[in-house]
Design a protein. Structure first.
Length: 166
């Protein structure tokens, strides 16, 4: 969001940090996925940025893009967001065997390793960040996801936190 996500931070003693911002309503929606290769156990991170809320067609296009990039059929592990459920129905109709789906239990974000990506991004790298405009916000989101991609140990921490063995 263009509004900062204010988090506790370090500052010199007696110097309270002050974030100067103004009311702005702009925001980006980001969709992401983590992948694990079945043989070599190599992790990958995929993401897409949208100016509007993520809808069914965005989820479908994103998963088709990931499948095209990986060049294989996918087992997709999803939470029960309505856009995810309707997208998986549409993809099952279009591609009979290309997508298998496993559903996470309702109200269990701690089981979803992608939630670790969001937590790291929003509450870590982008906390207390005040972008000047949507372009700067987009550039910083891309930069943060690029840093996550370059740190392979970070991937495994997302899976460990979700109590999933690689």
């Amino acid at each position: 969001m263009l509004q900062p996500l204010v988090r506790r931070t370090w500052a010199p003693m007696g110097k309270t940090p002050i974030l100067r911002s103004w009311v702005r309503r702009g925001r980006l929606s980001v969709i992401s996925a983590l992948s694990i290769s079945p043989v070599r156990r190599i992790c990958g991170l995929y993401f897409g940025i949208h100016e509007e809320n993520i809808r069914t067609e965005n989820v479908c296009a994103f998963l088709v893009h990931v499948r095209r990039h990986l060049r294989r059929d996918l087992i997709v592990v999803c939470d029960r967001l309505n856009a995810h459920r309707s997208a998986m129905c549409q993809l099952k109709k279009r591609f009979r065997t290309a997508f298998d789906v496993e559903w996470l239990p309702a109200y269990a974000p701690q089981l979803n390793p992608v939630e670790g990506v969001w937590s790291h991004t929003k509450y870590g790298s982008l906390s207390n960040f005040i972008p000047q405009d949507m372009g700067e916000l987009r550039r910083n989101v891309i930069k943060v996801f690029g840093r996550i991609r370059s740190r392979s140990k970070l991937y495994s921490s997302f899976f460990r936190h979700a109590k999933l063995d690689l």
